[in-house]
Write a protein that binds this ligand. Structure first.
Ligand SMILES: [Zn+2]
Length: 418
């Protein structure tokens, strides 16, 4: 297994080496920006920022709760068609796709922004505006990304930018929480499997370039037993006591600081009354690391701790098999890293430098986790402006100089599609 993995990895590195010599030229970004057509496109991105902001508000006022992104998806589908994208389509899971063909089908660049929010269905999604500040749930994360994506398409269209490769724009589902990157899992595993050479997600605000993909494993663990009266059935192994043993073991885990590796038992529950031996007990556990091996190691120790807890509770009362345990994987975001020296990261940094923007590298758990874990060149960038209170009802977005974020994303798209 380990050997197979290593061979696959070596092959992937070889492939990405081939890609590096085939189109992505970070050094050429400074030249690219002198091209009159590119200059014109950048001017459109700046001059139509008011329109971009209007789009941002319009998209945001259509609710997009987790697993219910279809209404906002339909707005983006119409937008893609109206902006002249070709082969506009919706895939099995609800990702909305549209192509902007270049001279050839490859390299294929995907520019994505996520449709979903963390907010439940009944949330008031009306956006208010006060000076340069917009307020509304999701206004930055990720209505800004969706709006910047349409600004890219509009700018390339109005300036008639020609690219060597083809760009596919994707408004995707399932980035947040229990969405568990299902939009990306379907895009890379099914809808466009084997067809994507470079990937950029525009997510949130500011000008970060996320290259480190923090992975996570989340479990719901359920201990079960026959249960009984606290006095009458005394001597029976207890699911709650087994859970307590498991939590005690997890609480003592030692984890590396570098790469930063974390764990928590986030929720627990179980039992029916104070005078009962419970028949069930459950917990939800979250583990994270940017290192696939550190995450796998932590996961293995977690599995052992849970199994040992059930075993020890049974042997405490001398009856094996009374308490059973089920571990259900409810979240799985693969970890990885786009190397700082890789062409896509260098191109993103060159774009920032060329435009005089303070672009810095960062880490996070984003849609780019999926391609990064597949060794496909991928990053996540911000859509510009300044955001605050993401994932809260008080979320806001400061539009001051936000057009710089649109220009940044536009120039990166053009540079990657050459
Ligand atoms: Zn987001």
């Amino acid at each position: 297994m380990a050997l197979t993995r290593m061979v696959v990895l070596a092959f992937a590195i070889l492939l990405s080496g081939t890609r590096a010599t085939n189109g992505q030229q970070p050094a050429a970004v400074a030249t690219l920006v002198q091209d009159p057509v590119v200059k014109a496109a950048l001017a459109v991105a700046k001059d139509t920022e008011a329109r971009t902001i209007e789009d941002q508000i319009r998209f945001c006022e259509v609710p997009a709760p987790p697993f219910k992104e279809a209404a906002r998806g339909e707005v983006l589908r119409r937008e893609f068609a109206g902006l002249g994208l070709q082969n506009v389509r919706v895939d099995r899971v609800g990702n909305v796709l549209g192509d902007r063909p270049g001279g050839a089908a490859r390299p294929r660049v995907v520019i994505a922004a996520h449709l979903d929010t963390v907010f439940p269905e009944e949330t008031n999604v009306k956006v208010s505006r006060e000076g340069s500040t917009l307020r509304g749930p999701g206004i930055g994360d990720d209505c800004r990304g969706l709006a910047v994506m349409t600004a890219i398409i509009r700018s390339m269209r109005e300036a008639n930018v020609q690219t060597a490769g083809t760009v596919t724009f994707v408004a995707n589902v399932g980035e947040e929480g229990l969405g568990d990157l299902r939009g990306m899992k379907a895009l890379f595993g099914e809808t466009m499997k084997g067809q994507i050479d470079r990937f950029v997600s525009i997510d949130g605000t500011g000008l970060h370039v996320t290259t480190v993909a923090v992975g996570s494993h989340r479990y719901r663990v359920t201990f079960k037993g026959p249960g009984g009266h606290s006095y009458g059935a005394f001597g029976l192994a207890s699911p709650i006591h087994a859970l307590g043993r498991a939590v005690a073991k997890i609480a003592e885990f030692q984890v590396p600081q570098h790469p930063r590796t974390t764990f928590t038992v986030g929720r627990i529950g179980g039992g029916t009354s104070v005078n009962s031996i419970a028949f069930d007990a459950w917990m939800e556990v979250d583990m994270r690391s940017p290192s696939p091996s550190a995450l796998a190691n932590l996961d293995a120790r977690f599995q052992d701790a849970v199994d040992a807890a059930a075993r020890e509770e049974n042997s405490r009362w001398g009856k094996p098999g009374v308490i059973t345990v089920v571990k259900e994987l409810v979240g799985d975001r693969p970890a990885g890293e786009a190397p700082e020296g890789s062409p896509i990261v260098q191109t993103a940094l060159a774009v920032g430098r060329t435009l005089g923007l303070p672009v810095g590298l960062g880490e996070g758990s984003t849609d780019a986790n999926i391609p990064i874990s597949l060794n496909i060149p991928a990053i996540t960038i911000g859509g510009g402006g300044r955001g605050a209170d993401a994932h809260a009802l008080t979320e806001s977005f400061d539009t001051t100089d936000a057009w710089k974020g649109a220009q940044n994303a536009l120039l990166l798209t053009i540079a990657l599609a050459r």
